[in-house]
Design a protein around this ligand. Structure first.
Ligand code: PRP
Ligand code: URA
Length: 212
């Protein structure tokens, strides 16, 4: 599959190195969490390159100057629960004033289809840049439904950030939301019969929260 223009696979060696560390089954919870945060910082740096700026007056110790600062409504981050929470931490470190929405989704273990159990989003979504974050894009179902929910609440300027994706998930998401750019750390080989990404990193939620 040739990736469409709005599927951006990041290539920085630091990012690839950290993804390899996350894959290792011997990487424990604390290190795993740290890696999720660091990777998100690197990915968000790229995804936020189009944030609008305006010139504001600042007094340096030497003189006044007009210098750029981010303009407009505050950025909104929407982690897909649970695993997306780990990534949201990374973005808040970069943009401490970001607003945070939450969408709760779990995959039905039989059908692998997403089930939404929670949705709380900030006001004025139509005026904000929105970063939807989830470490894994497997079948794509969770991300497709999460972005549909955000659009139903008025969201327009949406970007999706995934650390690891399966080719099927990328295609499904792009077919459903061709207007939403996706920033991906790595596109892996495929999925197993339980719709886990191969080689992947296992269950991202369990590894971030130490639940298994
Ligand atoms: C994982 C992951 C994504 C979803 C991806 O969540 O964090 O949300 O699976 O799979 P999909 O692309 O096939 O929909 P999970 O359902 O395991 O829930 P959890 O984060 O609460 O563990
Ligand atoms: N969710 C995960 O946490 N890992 C996968 O490989 C697929 C879905």
């Amino acid at each position: 599959m040739k990736n469409p223009n709005n599927v951006i696979v990041l290539t920085h060696p630091l990012l690839k190195h950290k993804i390899s560390m996350m894959r290792d089954k011997n990487t424990g919870t604390a290190a795993f969490r740290g890696l999720v945060e660091e990777l998100t910082l690197l990915m968000a740096y790229e995804a936020l390159a189009s944030l609008p700026t305006e010139l504001v007056e600042v007094d340096t110790p030497l003189e006044k100057c007009m210098t750029p600062m981010i303009s407009g409504r505050k950025l909104c981050v929407v982690p897909i629960l649970r695993a997306g929470l780990g990534m949201a931490e990374g973005i808040v470190r970069l943009v401490p004033s970001a607003r945070i929405g939450h969408i709760g989704m779990y995959r039905d273990p039989e059908t692998h289809r997403p089930v939404e159990y929670y949705c709380k989003l900030p006001e004025h979504l139509d005026e904000r840049m929105i970063l939807v974050v989830d470490p894994m894009l497997a079948t794509g179902g969770s991300a497709v439904d999460a972005v549909s929910a955000i659009k139903a609440h008025g969201g327009k300027n949406i970007k999706l950030l995934n650390i690891i994706a399966a080719p099927e998930g990328v295609e499904t998401f792009n077919n459903a939301h061709p207007d939403v750019p996706v920033y991906i750390g790595n596109i892996d080989r495929g999925m197993n019969e339980n719709k886990y990404i191969l080689p992947g990193l296992g269950d991202a939620g369990d590894r971030i929260f130490g639940t298994k």
